[in-house]
Design a protein around this ligand. Structure first.
Ligand SMILES: Cc1cc2nc3c(=O)[nH]c(=O)nc-3n(C[C@H](O)[C@H](O)[C@H](O)COP(=O)(O)OP(=O)(O)OC[C@H]3O[C@@H](n4cnc5c(N)ncnc54)[C@H](O)[C@@H]3O)c2cc1C
Length: 472
């Protein structure tokens, strides 16, 4: 008899798991997705003649084998793009990650001296009185000195993740791939090579939008017999005799259905588990309430204009901008907008209680237009259309103490022995789509080989998934 695997969520993680499992004839695979289409945050959508992504998405991976594998799946749809990214500070555009040369020649002489003195002072303190590194800010100050922290890292972190003094060091380890000023200096003096673990010189991107990656994974999985339940929201996880037995879903027509399973792959927001299994012990449900995520807003300006940005995307740490980044779709693939047009995206994160989350598109658009004006990128009469897309629960909040709460939830894996948390929101792991792909494949291989969580699963997580770093 076939072994039945149900996968919750059809983002890149769920789709990769489904595709890999579908290659094993003894597996019967079902994917449950609340939206009417697959792809999660890696989708693209049409707006008139424009193809748009949910924020800038490049495909780049240092995880062994992942790029080669995806190139095989995408075939000639994949373009190789040379990456151009910038950061806007003190009224000027700088390359990013910052080069030491630019820091010393394009900042004001006073600022350059302050950066170097602050770094030198920090380097001495690190030797004579090293401080234990608990928070995001401790991590950055120890590596780069206080002046660079104050001018770039702190304002960027505040926009993306919240107060860096209250965030766990783990987030900085994942997000800041640069090894610090000493290593940058050594690299400048002794090597001209780009360090691919710090910055991606080029990346892959599908000609017709990033959403072609999930679309292709679905196509391949479906061809192998995977059954997709779209417009189906998971309402309950049923369990008995210490095992997950199935999931109850509500379809878009209001009907309810029970999908029995032997194994359950969980890629939907982790904290939902407390609602999906309401009979969990109070302390586990309590932990689930404090496993939190920030929401994401992407605001689109469709423009009748040639390209407007000096890079594919530009970071804006300054407090005068609510957005942390602007990006331009046509720089990823010219085929994404009609001739003579381009599309700009401003993306940022926020909490439910932030004013921007409650604003309608017009109010928010007006506010962003005011902030964009001094940048002179485009004029109001070039805007063909403007609107936002908003997503709940996408940026894991790594506040100090998060680890013990996440662990309480992950312990459910060994308790049930047939439940697996994977993916960005499913495993509370701030990552990119390449690692989601790897996690999806890894969970599928694990299920195929072991048919249970066992001890190897958490070993795989600590040896493989937790080593992941985001590369800009
Ligand atoms: C602005 C921005 C820029 C990014 N840039 C990059 C980049 O350059 N490169 C890169 O590789 N990655 C990038 N990422 C990250 C990338 O988008 C994620 O890593 C990836 O999309 C996560 O995939 P996932 O499958 O784990 O989660 P998701 O995509 O969130 O998938 C989860 C799925 O579960 C579904 N779901 C949720 N609740 C339920 C429920 N109750 N019932 C049924 N279904 C449910 C959701 O609808 C969703 O489809 C970026 C993300 C953002 C926001």
């Amino acid at each position: 008899m076939k072994s039945r695997v149900v996968i919750l969520g059809a983002g890149v993680t769920g789709l990769s798991a489904a595709y890999r499992l579908s290659q094993f004839p003894e597996m019967e695979v079902h994917v449950v997705e609340k939206e009417s289409e697959v792809g999660g945050l890696c989708r693209s959508f049409q707006e008139g003649a424009f193809t748009l992504d949910y924020g800038p998405h490049k495909f780049y991976s240092n995880v062994p084998g992942v790029t080669e594998h995806l190139c095989e799946i995408m075939g000639d749809e994949f373009l190789v793009r040379e990456k151009v990214q910038k950061i806007f500070m003190d009224g000027k555009y700088f390359s990013f990650p910052l080069s030491l040369f630019e820091m010393l020649t394009r900042f004001s002489p006073l600022k350059s001296v302050q950066i170097l003195v602050s770094f030198g002072w920090q380097a001495i303190k690190n030797i004579i009185k090293p401080k234990s590194i608990a928070t995001y800010s401790d991590f950055v100050v120890a590596k780069f000195g206080n002046k660079l922290y104050q001018s770039i890292f702190q304002p960027m972190a505040k926009k993306m993740f919240g107060n860096p003094e209250k965030l766990d060091r783990r987030l900085a380890e994942i997000r800041i791939s640069s090894p610090g000023l000493v290593a940058v200096l050594k690299n400048v003096l002794f090597s001209k090579k780009v360090d691919r673990n710090v910055s991606a010189p080029e990346f892959h991107y599908p000609k017709a939008g990033f959403g072609r990656i999930p679309a292709k994974l679905r196509e391949k999985a479906e061809a192998n017999g995977v059954k997709f339940h779209l417009g189906a929201t998971v309402k309950r996880i049923e369990h008995s005799h210490g095992k997950v037995q199935g999931v109850r879903v509500e379809n878009s027509d209001g009907t309810s259905e029970l999908l029995p399973c032997d194994q359950l792959v969980y890629t939907i927001p982790m904290q939902l588990i407390g609602e999906l299994i309401p009979e969990l012990p109070a302390e586990v449900r309590q932990a689930s309430r404090f496993v939190r995520y920030r929401h994401t807003i992407v605001y689109y300006f469709l423009l009748k204009s040639p390209e407007v940005l000096p890079g594919m995307w530009v970071f804006y740490p300054g407090p005068e901008f609510r957005f942390g980044r602007l990006s331009e779709m046509t720089k990823f693939s010219p085929a994404l907008a009609p001739t003579g047009h381009t599309a700009l995206m401003a993306d940022f994160t926020c909490l439910e209680e932030d004013p921007e989350w409650g604003m309608n598109d017009e109010q928010l658009g007006d506010r962003l237009m005011q902030q964009l004006k001094p940048l002179n990128l485009f004029s109001e009469d070039q805007v063909v259309k403007r609107f936002s897309k908003r997503f709940k629960n996408f940026y894991p909040v790594y506040d100090v103490g998060y680890e013990s709460r996440v662990k309480r939830l992950r312990d459910l894996e060994t308790q049930f022995n047939n439940l697996y948390f994977v993916g960005r929101v499913g495993d509370f792991n701030y990552n990119n789509s390449d690692q989601c792909f790897d996690m999806g494949y890894s969970v599928a291989n694990h299920i195929h080989e072991k048919q249970q969580v066992g001890t190897e699963w958490s070993q795989l997580r600590s040896e493989r998934f937790e080593k992941y770093r985001i590369v800009d």
